[in-house]
Design a binder for this molecule. Structure first.
Ligand code: ARG
Length: 562
């Protein structure tokens, strides 16, 4: 933890008489790989260069006379100065700090309340909410929580895909083969099957494609019939999506989707023209990017229709104007990498320095039996059904293991949803993920359930302990110590997780805490009446704080009983 690191750096600095600044010393400090090498280490290689002296020699000179309250001993091992914490003192200090700060433990004042916009989820109207959108939703939400934890103000933007040529196709399909009643009954399923049917029929009747283009043009020209159908599809779809969001318990600051920018795009095009960036190419308007080795960014088609890129450029301008973001994140699958490279480059060419703070945060696919899931052929898994299934499985588990549990429904939801989120977030985001409900809901191994269960177990110990009198005086056995050291790392893990835009850092960390807690719990008699009872109960309490807050950052609930 940074307090101890600071203390260690100070110890070294005191011996050094300004040869190296405190800040530089802190940067060089590392965590030894093996615990026999101590808990914290300072390598002397940099000093060796400055002092023109062998690092081994420096280490032994510097470490010869150090004594401090939080360190048992500080000793040279080869070119390193290794510090060994005084377990009792340190564990007392850490656990006390965690219990005092409670869910603010791990917060950092890196941001200054500045906005970070996060473009996440962003499903497409009239199409199912895919597993890819789920990934964007849960990764984006976790990142938003992390930015907030680090002192920024996140703006969660759901950039709904509510515009584009697919609406032409959908209108054609609906007019030919659809009915109001069936769409109302089951909007997404019906709209999807119309969409799929369109593509199937268009293979043998290419004229359908022209008809779809015609209808999309009508929509762009605000034709009444086309607009009414569009709006209806949109409303029905949003209602369906909101079921998923409420299951996941995720809220957005805005639902401004692609259509929101319709009346703002002319301004973007004019700006591009003014800055001399627009080029004609086969009747279309593009921004050339060959100096960066990229294909041109298409701004307007030859028929005057705008594109996905035009809308994203406009959205970026709008977001900067409204939020003055210090960072702008786009949590979108890696197959759109080129698109975002192009957008960011065009904005830089326009002279906006803030474009350098825009980041595409890509992620891999969700696979089913090794193959990518796709919407167009109708092979997609409907997400709401998946979530419901996970909840049902969780409920079966509860009936089996703890049938007397109060509020079973609520807990089953927390477990089912938590399992799905955790299964996603425990993987580094660029990895593809094999979709398996069975794996998600395992009690053992790297699952959300495992972490939630550790939390619930810790809560149950606290319930049994009741009000313990006595002071937290610290602990020094190996199991407690491993646990304390891990709890100590939480703030660093949070910051690293945000720096890398990797919620998986938190997920893996929580698995670690849960494992160490389980080891502690199975080797130590936590509730034994002796002089360290209060210290052990405090440690268990600190474990619940960190597990609960860590899960919250991932967007997962921590039931107290399950
Ligand atoms: N609707 C798009 C899709 O499903 C994702 C939108 C991502 N966000 C953005 N600003 N382009 O592929």
């Amino acid at each position: 933890m940074s307090e101890l690191k600071k203390e260690f750096a100070q110890i070294i600095a005191n011996q050094l008489n300004d040869v190296l600044s405190l800040e530089k010393i802190e940067k060089l400090i590392e965590k030894p790989r093996h615990s026999v090498q101590g808990d914290i280490a300072f390598p002397c290689f940099t000093l060796a260069k400055t002092l023109k002296k062998a690092p081994q020699l420096i280490a032994s000179d510097l470490s010869s006379q150090i004594s401090t309250p939080l360190f048992e001993r500080v000793e040279a091992q080869g070119p390193y100065i290794n510090g060994f914490y005084k377990r009792e003192a340190v564990s007392k200090e850490i656990v006390t700090a965690i219990l005092k700060q409670h869910n603010a433990y791990g917060s950092a004042a890196i941001g200054n309340g500045e906005h970070i916009t996060i473009d996440l989820s962003s499903p497409n109207i009239a199409k199912p909410f895919s597993m890819g959108h789920l990934r964007s939703t849960v990764i984006g939400n976790a990142l938003a929580n992390l930015t907030e934890k680090c002192g920024y103000k996140p703006v969660r933007i759901n950039h709904i895909g509510d515009w584009g040529t697919q609406f032409g196709k959908l209108i054609v399909a609906y007019k030919r083969w659809g009915s109001e009643e069936t769409v109302k009954q089951n909007p997404i399923k019906e709209l999807l099957s119309l969409y799929v049917k369109f593509h199937k029929e268009a293979e043998s009747q290419p004229a359908l494609e022209d008809e779809a283009r015609f209808w999309f043009k009508k929509l762009e020209d605000k034709n009444e019939e086309a607009t009414a159908l569009w709006k209806w599809f949109r409303d029905e779809s949003l209602q369906e999506f909101s079921k998923i969001y409420s299951l996941l318990d995720i809220e957005f600051d805005t639902y401004h989707g692609e259509a929101f920018y319709n009346d703002k795009m002319e301004n973007t095009v004019a700006l591009l023209k003014e800055k001399g960036l627009l080029t004609q190419s086969d009747g279309a308007k593009v921004v050339k990017l060959d100096d960066s080795g990229l294909p041109p960014c298409l701004i307007k088609k030859s028929d005057g229709a705008t594109l996905y890129a035009t809308r994203d450029l406009t959205a970026a301008l709008y977001r900067q104007e409204i939020y003055h973001f210090v960072k702008s994140l786009y949590v979108v699958g890696h197959e759109q990498s080129l698109h975002f490279q192009q957008i960011f480059l065009v904005l830089q060419k326009m002279g906006y320095h803030w474009a350098e703070e825009m980041v595409h945060i890509p992620f891999g696919f969700i696979l089913k039996d090794g193959k990518k899931m796709s919407t167009r052929k109708g092979k997609v898994v409907l997400l709401e059904e998946v979530i419901q299934e996970a909840i049902t499985l969780a409920k079966k588990n509860i009936e089996l293991k703890n049938p007397g549990l109060p509020n079973k429904e609520e807990v089953a939801k927390q477990i089912g949803v938590g399992s799905i989120i955790f299964h996603d977030l425990k993987n580094e985001r660029l990895n593809n993920i094999e979709f398996s409900l069975e794996d998600m809901l395992k009690f053992e191994g790297e699952t959300g359930l495992y972490v939630q269960y550790a939390h619930a177990r810790a809560c149950s110990i606290l319930r049994k302990a009741g009000n313990v009198s006595g002071m937290n005086t610290g602990l020094d056995d190996d199991y407690s110590w491993e646990l304390v050291k891990t709890l100590m790392a939480f703030p660093d893990v949070i910051q690293k997780s945000l720096r890398l835009y990797e919620p998986s850092q938190i997920a893996k960390y929580l698995i670690n805490v849960a494992q160490e807690f389980n080891a502690f719990y199975s080797h130590i008699r936590v509730l034994e009446e002796d002089e360290t009872l209060a210290s052990r109960v405090s440690l268990v309490n600190a474990v619940t704080v960190v597990l609960k807050e860590g899960l919250r950052l991932l967007g997962i609930k921590a039931p107290e009983e399950m």
